[in-house]
Design a protein around this ligand. Structure first.
Ligand SMILES: Cc1cc2nc3c(=O)[nH]c(=O)nc-3n(C[C@H](O)[C@H](O)[C@H](O)COP(=O)(O)OP(=O)(O)OC[C@H]3O[C@@H](n4cnc5c(N)ncnc54)[C@H](O)[C@@H]3O)c2cc1C
Length: 554
């Protein structure tokens, strides 16, 4: 944490030098002493300090300054730092002004010039002021600050992005948080430009895109080298596992991720069926650990960065990225998982991010404390969300199209849901309308058996309606099934014949697609088991097959 600041302002250079010297000698080890030769220049610097979220403990200003008196300076400075202690440096003749200022700007003390010896006439007073300040000081937050409206989809997207990329950040709701209002005024940005993102260095962006935030944070989106042994596309469990095993085996490895490491699993509040974690672990913990492990082995991670196409150039596979960059590799692994299925319900799209969420970020749970939450879906992901949100909400209601949960949900989750008092399950039901002015207010539920419709107040609607692979960018290159899953290994063989265009004198490996050297792992694979464990297993197995493939090339 940066040292708290003691700020001293005086237009007389000799006095300023002397007071600065005395303060630094006594407090320099615990405080940063900053000086300015006028109130005007000091105020500009105070504003910059505020944007960087650095704490100020004490302002010490000379009363008699030509452009702006000490009292005037203190009056303005405390708008930025209302909790800082304020002291005036006065000549005997200014005593009356100083006494008046005790009432008008609530100065905490006035000091007479000269203050020699400082041990007697300066340090005692300053010690008291600093002790007082310390006793009510809460260490400041040092990461990124997001100022926005609670119901703004843009704010929600940025918080989700920061959270999933493990960027420490503080959410400041401009409607309810005084600090948010104050910080917004300090930036000078209009309310219409929210969300405003203030970075640790004091700079800020108004209503930025995710790519702009990523650039500003220095997240890596450009590859360091033009060519790698293995490029892995997708940093869910399958891609992360592959990257770790590949780099650990000495392959020069690049991992490309469109959103944030963790994939679908990164949205899981508690994975309870992953080996070695008897009490479960959250998806974001799993992702954080995996990313650390990958980096330790030297994996280069590009995120956010999207793969848009692949072409074959002799033995090389060349990947095209969203920014037009091309990177070559000896082998390519597709581990792009599956993406959320969107619901076509009137009113829903308009409120997406404002109380309506697909696979809601866990960070939203706190916003719905004591609310009534509806969850669409009956699979494990919906069950986990119901359990997690029930810790905050007054009531959680699951809307399930089927007649029971057991067909789609693991037994352990079904049991926990049945035992949770504030979770109700409505079978044979689906949501047919969502309404609200600027956030979700009511939803209409259809009883699919009787045809009856019911409109109910809803603080939030969370959708877990299944997922589909997004593999269009590979169309025409590798074989896909009717839903878009990538076909591999023995599933490519038709009556003992290898796939059309197959160029080598061997059958495809188990996780190899219809193009030699392009592999697939995890949920995106045709007939994969789906899930974290199988994704991790396939990622590891894919690396073993990549070695075999590369061995044959050598
Ligand atoms: C809320 C929730 C809870 C779950 N709980 C459990 C559980 O408890 N136990 C369990 O076993 N399973 C659980 N699952 C399922 C599990 O998370 C998935 O089966 C698993 O994550 C699949 O891993 P994957 O690596 O194949 O793909 P994904 O996790 O889907 O990851 C694929 C990654 O590829 C990226 N990507 C996609 N296209 C591109 C592109 N063109 N360029 C770059 N990157 C791209 C995506 O952004 C994503 O990060 C849960 C899923 C959800 C949503």
């Amino acid at each position: 944490m940066p040292k708290p600041v003691i700020w001293t302002v005086d237009d007389d250079p000799d006095v300023l030098r002397a007071v600065e010297r005395d303060l630094r000698r006594q407090y320099g080890d615990r405080y940063r002493v900053i000086s300015a030769d006028s109130g005007v220049s000091a105020l500009e610097a105070v504003k910059q300090l505020k944007l960087r979220n650095e704490p100020v403990a004490l302002f010490l200003a000379d009363q008699r300054m030509p452009q702006m008196s000490g009292v005037e300076f203190l009056e303005k400075a405390i708008e930025f730092y209302p909790d800082a202690k304020r002291a005036l440096l006065t000549a005997y003749a200014d005593t009356d002004a100083a006494i008046r200022a005790i009432n008008s700007v609530h100065i905490d003390h006035y000091l007479m010039k000269p203050w020699d010896p400082p041990e007697e006439r300066l340090y005692g007073v300053v010690d008291d002021l600093l002790d007082d300040w310390q006793s009510s000081f809460h260490p400041v937050f040092e990461g990124v600050r997001v100022i926005g409206h609670r119901w703004s989809p843009q704010s929600s997207d940025i918080r989700d992005f920061l959270g999933r990329n493990f960027v420490p950040h503080q959410w400041l709701n401009v409607e309810t948080d005084e600090r948010a209002k104050q910080l917004l005024i300090t930036t000078g940005a209009p309310v219409s430009s929210l969300p405003v993102i203030v970075f640790a260095d004091g700079s800020f962006l108004e209503n930025p895109s995710i790519a702009e935030v990523a650039r500003k944070l220095g997240l890596r989106t450009k590859a360091e080298f033009p060519f790698y042994d293995l490029i892995v596309v997708g940093a869910g469990p399958a891609g992360l596992a592959a990257a770790v095993y590949s780099a650990a085996d000495g392959l020069h490895t690049l991992l490309v991720e469109r959103e944030a490491p963790g994939g679908q699993a990164g949205r899981s509040s508690r994975i309870e069926n992953y080996l070695g974690f008897p009490v479960g672990l959250s998806g974001s913990d799993l992702a954080r650990r995996a990313v650390a492990q990958a980096r330790r082995f030297g994996v280069e991670i590009l995120a956010p960065q999207e793969a848009r196409g692949v072409r074959i150039e002799g033995p090389s596979r060349v990947l095209t990225l969203a920014d037009g960059a091309e990177i070559g590799c000896r082998a390519l692994l597709i581990a792009t998982g599956i993406a959320f299925r969107k619901l076509d319900v009137p009113g829903l799209e308009k409120l997406n991010g404002a109380g309506v969420y697909y696979y809601a970020p866990m960070s939203e749970a706190f916003s719905y404390r004591d609310g009534d939450i509806y969850i669409v879906g009956g699979a494990n992901s919906a069950g986990q969300a119901a359990l997690y949100f029930s810790k905050f909400a007054r009531q959680v209601t699951m809307l399930v199209r089927a007649k029971c949960l057991s067909e789609s949900m693991s037994q352990y989750l079904e049991t926990q849901i049945a035992a949770t008092k504030n979770i109700a399950v409505k079978f044979n039901s689906s949501v047919v309308a969502v309404e609200g002015v600027d956030r979700c207010e009511t939803i209409t539920i259809l009883d699919r058996e009787s045809g009856a419709k019911e409109t109910a107040p809803a603080s939030a609607l969370l959708i877990y309606a299944g997922a589909i692979p997004r593999t269009d960018w590979l169309d025409g290159l590798v074989e896909r099934d009717a839903q878009g899953y990538l076909i591999s290994g023995q599933h490519l063989m038709r009556e003992g014949r290898r796939p059309t265009g197959w160029t080598t004198d061997r059958d495809p490996f188990y996780l190899e697609t219809s193009v030699p050297g392009i592999f697939v792992a995890g949920d995106v694979r045709h007939r994969s088991a789906k899930g974290v464990t199988s994704g991790v297993g396939e990622g590891a197995m894919a690396v073993k097959l990549v070695h075999e493939y590369l061995g044959l090339l050598a």
